[in-house]
Design a protein around this ligand. Structure first.
Ligand code: NAP
Ligand code: MG
Length: 496
């Protein structure tokens, strides 16, 4: 591994060193019981900072602050002012993008260049996109059959929202969650993942600077128990969660028992199909980035590759060659394209799958089973398995690491059957020069998103989400705005 890590900018260094507080009711405060936990740099495994560990009293305080903002200053703001505040937040994130990209790289291990090119612009544009919505949220006048009656609908914010996010795109996920909720007029308690609490705390400072009324946005750093306390809290009206299917199921059950609104973005084991007529250069590049981007720690990772037998050996050979050359290294090194995995736990998990694949008889065409104890950071090289069977764990389970499994197919129907043979249904891809084939398969693949001759295209206006065990509801676009709104029907007797 090559490494030439430049020093951290003064701004990012000062932020990381600062005493960190929970953001509750417009103030940065320690946890009520004074507890903290550590966050680490996955590129080196070194201790980075201690942050407050929010317990039940902090959850109570944050939910109360969110409720009072909803019933008070925030709830009273005209839509146009909500819009301006979101515009200001987008500007502030943009002004501080370089620092945020470094904080993100340090805390989560994603290459700083990737944060600058992808995560930061995506977060900024998300706030910008939703800043346009507050002034366009309209009810309707309903043409009812009753005489002398006026019936209309109002779109009202769902209320206090608990937003629980993962570590793979910490800042971008915060933006994905906050922007639609705030556009709809909701208030929020955001809980970042324990592995990556820092960028959410820096974002809280920018929320403060933008001038949102106290309590509109609250940030609680903590772990799964903090998240669970939020889910169970009587003062929370809606839960928006991104993370594992396992935790998503639990949240859905708990939310269901309390009839809380819930949206879930969960895992995937996403199939990528390459037909015989595909542009192989494009397919190789798309499949490579599709799985290895962010070291495979992506819900829409293109983790299962099905290639027509006539192109299979060539495609797999080219992918293995590219994987062998991948620049894996520390996140702050500008030469790095693929950073470490986020944590020791994730390293062990991915290592376990690599061992399992080898033991099950699959062929490791690229990559290796990494050492039991990582040296320095949690690095795993891009790996590619061939000779897989549909029943292997590496074929069925979401690995969330840089591990691709590949198999050939002969008939298109066989490829569709293989692709749909999964409990998940988040994303799927098709590579072909035939328009008819592309759109026919787009209709036959059971997933929330289909990429044709591309992978992972996205835009704040375009719905994002999954079917089956990949989740409930959609992020982005008007679909996610609607997930933060309730419809109230108002009946008026005009001839009393
Ligand atoms: P996870 O446990 O689902 O964590 C996601 C978020 O939920 C974190 O903020 C987590 O808090 C919180 N959480 C955990 N248990 C909770 C509970 N019972 N109630 C409420 N909130 C809870 O995911 P993980 O353990 O970090 O990662 C494990 C696997 O999940 C990965 O290997 C991957 O397969 C999948 N994953 C998927 C996505 C995605 O984008 N769909 C993202 C991340 C992970 P703490 O982390 O602070 O404990
Ligand atoms: Mg960390």
């Amino acid at each position: 591994m090559n490494s030439s890590v430049p020093p951290l900018s003064a701004g990012a260094a000062a932020f990381v060193r600062r005493a960190h507080g929970l953001y509750i009711g417009g103030a940065f405060v320690p946890a009520a019981d004074g507890r903290t936990f550590a966050t680490y740099d996955p590129s080196t495994a070194a201790h980075l900072a201690d942050v407050p560990y929010a317990g039940p009293a902090d959850v109570d305080a944050a939910v109360a602050a969110a409720r009072s903002a909803l019933d008070g200053a925030w709830g009273a703001l005209p839509a146009l002012v909500r819009s301006r505040l979101l515009v200001r937040l987008a500007e502030l994130v943009e002004e501080n993008a370089a620092e945020l990209a470094e904080i993100e790289a340090l805390d989560g291990g994603k290459p700083v260049s990737v944060n600058e090119a992808m995560d930061l612009p995506a977060a900024i544009e998300h706030f910008r996109y939703y800043s346009g919505w507050p002034t366009k949220i309209e009810g309707a006048t309903i043409p009812v059959y009753l005489p002398d009656t006026l019936c209309y609908t109002r779109k009202e914010p769902v209320g206090v929202c608990a937003q629980i996010i993962p570590w793979n795109y910490p800042l971008m996920m915060a933006a994905w969650k906050l922007a639609p909720a705030l556009a709809a007029g909701c208030t929020v308690v955001l809980k970042p993942a324990e592995q990556t609490p820092l960028s959410a705390l820096r974002l809280a400072e920018l929320v403060e600077e933008a001038g949102f009324p106290p309590g509109t946005v609250n940030v609680l750093t903590g772990d799964g128990t903090t998240g669970a306390a939020l889910v169970d809290h009587d003062g929370v009206d809606k839960i928006a969660f991104t993370g594992s299917t396992e935790v998503g199921r639990e949240i859905a059950a708990r939310a269901g028992a309390r009839l809380k609104r819930v949206t879930l973005e969960l895992g995937g084991k996403n199939p990528n199909i390459v037909l015989a007529d595909a542009d192989l250069d494009a397919a190789v590049a798309g499949a490579f980035d599709g799985i290895y981007f962010n070291s495979g720690q992506t819900c829409i990772a293109a983790s299962r590759l099905y290639v027509h037998r006539s192109r299979y050996e060539e495609m797999v050979g080219r992918l293995a060659e590219a994987a062998a050359k991948a620049e894996v290294g520390p996140a702050l090194d500008r030469a790095t394209r693929f950073g470490p995995l986020v944590s020791a736990e994730q390293y062990d998990r991915v290592r376990g799958y690599l061992r399992d694949g080898v033991a099950a008889g699959a062929t490791l065409r690229a990559g290796e089973v990494p050492a039991e104890s990582p040296e320095g950071g949690y690095y795993v090289r891009p790996a590619l398995f061939t000779d897989i069977t549909p029943g292997m764990r590496i074929t069925r389970e979401e690995i969330f690491g840089p591990v691709l499994v590949a198999a050939p197919f002969d008939e298109t129907d066989e490829a569709v059957a293989l692709a749909n043979d999964t409990p998940y249904g988040l994303a799927a891809g098709v590579w072909t020069r035939s328009l008819a084939q592309a759109h026919t398969l787009a209709a036959r693949l059971r997933s929330g998103m289909v990429y044709l001759n591309s992978w992972a295209s996205g835009d704040p206006a375009a719905p994002f989400g999954g079917v089956k065990a990949s989740g409930i509801g959609r992020e982005m676009g008007q679909a996610n705005l609607d997930a933060y709104l309730e419809t109230k029907t108002v009946w008026t007797n005009l001839a009393p």
